[in-house]
Design a protein around this ligand. Sequence first.
Ligand SMILES: *[C@@H]1O[C@H](CO)[C@@H](O)[C@H](O)[C@H]1NC(C)=O
Length: 246
Amino acid sequence: MDAVIQFTSQSQGRDRIFRATQYACALSIYVLRNNPDRKDLAKKLKSLEVHMSAGRKLFRLGNTVNSIDAAKRTMQLSDRVLCLCLTVANINRALYFICDNVLWAKSVGLIHSIDKERWSLNASRYYFFSIVMNLTRDVYVLSQLMVQRARDKHFRQKMNQHLSESPEIAEPVIPQLDAFLFLLLEILKSHPAVALDTLKNICDIFIPLDRLGIYQSNAGVVGFCGLVSSLIGIVTLAQPKLKVKP
Ligand SMILES: *[C@@H]1O[C@H](CO)[C@@H](O)[C@H](O)[C@H]1NC(C)=O
């Protein structure tokens, strides 16, 4: 099992590069959609996109084990909220990979008797829940950091100074919003790992939202969000200090 876990962790970098390429293709196809001169290019990009997606599915075969292992680890977290969010996220992620592996087996002809559409929808559902739990984690971590910072005396002075220097604020409701945004921005600036993870999860959620028909965007939005999220994934893999912990 350890070998499987280690191997799939190593293949993460490759998966992220494939994923970035896949969504870059999707975005380019969307941008080129009304350009008749670029039909050939669009066709090539489509083929590349399909290949990337299929290649990723093959590399993901060990990821179920990896996610279950991660769930076992997050179950030990002493913070109840983090423990719940991350464990549920990891279990949903494991279920997502099971669906994904079944779809892969179907696509290469290993199994025939499954309803492809249903498994694909279930895969999106599990993926969606996993991201929602990850986002909940981000909101929780951010709110904790904000409460901590708001209690800090030096920070309060800085914030009051900022607020008194903003002459455009007149309404009594708006200073609170302004203070909130100021605080949030300060936290995001001083905790880039949390900021990146939040942005990544916000981008990621558009993909299943579109697939499940909850919020229909278009292929351009999905391509763009997928690309941004994949690039953040590459950055956090290359710079582990930018990866949110646990
Ligand atoms: C949720 O967060 C965990 C821990 O950071 C991560 O391993 C996992 O890939 C995330 N899930 C999704 C669907 O992005």
